[in-house]
Design a protein around this ligand. Structure first.
Ligand code: GAL
Length: 739
């Protein structure tokens, strides 16, 4: 045997012997359908389809398939895994995310499932994993093992999917029983100093002693700007807690790293996060009128528009040229009434306070179209999921009114979870016990000058398995109108049981046309939001059949992978955005989200959140806040109240940005604005800080004389039409170019 071959063999043996984990990414087989036999290791899955578990099954030949599917993988689990581990108790199997219900089997033994009771159809989207003791006879050490996963998808994307590193089996390490808890909020009374408490904790039987290292680096220079090391000991119920204080910070991105090193095992636990930094300048005390320059309603329908304005209170509102039938409340800026005559009415708005007057020309357009600029508001789903209730919606409404409506935010939308399980005796839809009086809630919201939204499905059931509108469309539309509903999100869900297996475009349109006709019979403007995840390339036809907005994707979650893969994949839909009709890449995931009773800070870094809001603004997407507004922190509030950023979203031309440059590590988007100026987003999609020089001439943007950093609201200097900008990883530079 040649020496080199021997060496190669030894390396392979060594690599196997010291394997710390087994990747479970490749070799999966898949089939749709359901059979208990498929958990059996002896079952022959050779004829099943090979599938890539990084992507949903929709993306791999099963478009629109909802229902059961099974995945199987043959894998050898080497005992060296156990031998080389510091702790030898447990093996963890991680299989990305399951959408929705899942059950994981190893060699026919059920290891874990994510649904309650025996109804797999009640599962929800989430990580797919199993933990088992190394003594568990289900594991066949050093032999062929079969992992089988049974999935039930209720709608939208289905199956297993995730990033490569999320698919593996590994031994639990001593540090796997410990956690660096950074869930607490940052305190920052001014832009420059910041403090935060961090805990290192465990709920295992192990006692830990070691050191906690804390560092702060500037990603622009990689320079260490702060470091601190502490002895850290902790055990169950005795967390180690440390408060860090940082001073003299600039309003920019910093990387905070916490590293615990365990004395006994030498093992490390590392967590990084990014400090919040505020870019939006403080709201001026002088009056300022914000929001779009146009508002549309249909003739003869109840009119409600609150003039968005900021400045020290009290503000006094005046409008000249109001069409007949409308009256203005001078103290609140709320305009109500009805206008019968179709026309575009130019009006002049003045808002004054003790410090001055702001003036704005504005158009009230009475005609067929509503929602002339993208909807700005809140929706309960990403915050509360099915545990939404009357009190939670009122808290949201009050906070929108107090903190956000001055910047143009107006919709307060209840998502799934408000409906009773049975209709009333007359067949009318009724709310469940969490919503004692829908009309009273609607009156409360309207009383704040805001708009009220609701949710249903064309199917017999919604995705949350509440009542849908199937065969009750006229009646439901009329009930909504009676309640004073201004917005309907209409979600495909169990219409999948009614529609044929592979619907034609006409079959996709059908349920949405039925509800459109029902809404048209009411005497109300009800903004119509189609939610069917973009099936049948809905962006091509959803506007024509009367949708004011339409979802183009499956559900978003609060990760960079989810947000960026949705946001940067909207080019196909771009030409279809226009006033009254907008693409909807799903709701915002900033602030405290949770899809249930427990909320957590979004897992997007501050930089990623600037990207999220900038991108959705460039895409002229609806901006529907998805967090608990009762827990609105300073960073999130500032993120949502930058009037120059919102003005890009609300531009009356209603165009969606085009991508003008695609590089491996950065992307440039340009959105045309109504006055001939352009909004430009430069997105660093790489994992590193980037210094980028943009040649405006090359992009056909060389003729603009003023370049404004929109987040900071400051004009920038140009050097020979070359713009230099440093952008942290996953962050953005958002500009407005004008003359
Ligand atoms: C999903 C929809 C979500 C939410 C949920 C309610 O289909 O995409 O946005 O509405 O249903 O069950």
């Amino acid at each position: 045997m040649k020496k080199s071959i021997l060496l190669a063999l030894l390396l392979v043996v060594f690599a196997t012997a010291s394997a710390q984990n087994i990747p479970l990414l490749k070799g999966w087989k898949f089939t749709t359908g359901d059979s208990p036999e498929w958990a059996n290791p002896a079952f022959n899955d050779q004829n099943w389809q090979a599938i890539n578990v990084q992507k949903s099954w929709e993306a791999q030949g099963h478009q629109n398939y909802d229902g059961f599917g099974w995945y199987r993988l043959h894998v050898v689990i080497p005992s060296s895994l156990k031998a080389s581990a510091y702790l030898k108790d447990s093996l963890r199997i991680e299989l990305g995310h399951a959408d929705d219900g899942y059950a994981v089997y190893l060699n026919g033994h059920l290891l874990n499932q994510n649904f309650k009771g025996d109804n797999i159809q009640k599962g929800r989207y989430g990580p797919c994993k199993a933990l088992l003791a190394t003594q568990n006879p289900a594991i066949l050490w050093d032999k062929d093992n079969v992992i089988a996963v049974r999935i039930f998808d209720t709608g939208g994307d289905g199956g297993l999917y995730g990033e490569p590193k999320q698919f593996n089996a590994e031994m639990l390490d001593v540090v796997d029983y410990a956690r660096i808890n950074t869930d607490g909020d940052f305190d920052y009374s001014d832009q420059k100093s910041l403090s935060k408490s961090v805990k290192v904790e465990t709920n295992s039987q192990y006692q830990y002693k070691g050191k906690l290292y804390f560092t702060v680096t500037d990603p622009a220079t990689d320079k260490l700007i702060y470091s601190k090391t502490d002895d850290a000991a902790f055990a169950t119920k005795k967390a180690f807690e440390k408060r860090y204080e940082l001073k003299d910070l600039a309003p920019k991105s910093y990387t905070l790293t916490y590293t615990f090193i365990d004395d006994r095992s030498g093992k490390k636990l590392i967590k990084t996060e990014h400090a919040p930094y505020i870019l939006t300048p403080e709201t001026s005390k002088k009056p300022r009128i914000n929001g779009a320059d146009i508002y549309g309603q249909q003739p003869g329908h109840p009119f409600l528009y609150k003039i968005p304005a900021t400045g020290v209170k009290p503000l006094k509102f005046e409008v000249s040229g109001l069409p007949q039938g409308l009256t203005l409340d001078k103290a609140t800026g709320v305009i109500t009434g009805t206008v019968t005559k179709r026309a575009a009415y130019p009006v002049q708005i003045n808002v004054s306070n003790s410090l001055g007057v702001a003036r704005k020309k504005f158009i009230i357009k009475i005609g067929d179209e509503i929602g002339l600029t993208p909807a700005l508001g809140w929706n309960s789903w990403n915050a509360f999921g099915l545990s939404v209730n009357d009190a939670r919606v009122r808290v949201a409404a009050k906070n929108i009114s107090d903190k956000l409506s001055g910047h143009g935010w107006s919709y307060v939308n209840i998502d799934d979870g408000w409906e009773a399980e049975k209709r009333g005796d007359d067949g009318a839809i009724v709310p469940n016990e969490k919503f004692p009086d829908m009309k009273a809630l609607s009156d409360y919201i309207h009383g704040l000058g805001l708009k009220f939204g609701i949710y249903s499905s064309p199917g017999p059931m919604t995705c949350g398995r509440y009542l849908g509108s199937y065969q009750h469309e006229d009646q439901d539309a009329q009930t909504y109108a009676n309640w004073g509903v201004d917005y309907l999100k209409y979600d495909w869900c169990y219409y999948g049981d009614i529609a044929p297996a592979s619907p034609t475009i006409d079959e996709y349109k059908k349920p949405y046309q039925v509800m459109r006709a029902s809404l048209d019979k009411t005497n109300r403007d009800i903004f119509y939001s189609l939610c069917q995840y973009g099936m049948g390339e809905s962006w091509n036809w959803a506007g024509e059949i009367g949708g004011n907005s339409w979802r183009t994707t499956g559900d978003i979650v609060d990760t960079w992978t989810s947000m960026s893969s949705i946001g940067f994949n909207q080019l196909m839909a771009s030409p279809h955005a226009r006033p009254g009709h907008f693409n909807d890449p799903d709701m915002l995931i900033v602030g405290k989200v949770g899809w249930g009773d427990n909320q957590h800070n979004t897992r997007l870094t501050p930089d990623e959140q600037y990207t999220h809001i900038s991108l959705w603004s460039l895409l002229a997407s609806p901006l529907l806040i998805g967090c608990d507004l009762g827990q609105l922190d300073r960073f999130t509030l500032n993120l949502l109240t930058n009037d120059e950023v919102l003005a890009i979203n609300q531009d009356i031309l209603g165009k969606q940005a085009a991508r003008v440059l695609t590089k491996d590590d950065y992307l440039i988007y340009v959105k045309d604005l109504h006055d001939g100026s352009k909004a430009v987003g430069i997105f660093n999609i790489s994992d590193n800080y980037k210094n980028i020089t943009v040649d405006l001439n090359n992009l056909g943007l060389g003729h603009f004389t003023t370049i404004r950093d929109v987040w900071r609201q400051k004009n920038l200097a140009l050097n020979n039409k070359a713009l230099k900008t440093g952008i942290p990883s996953h962050a953005v530079t958002l500009l407005k170019l004008s003359n």
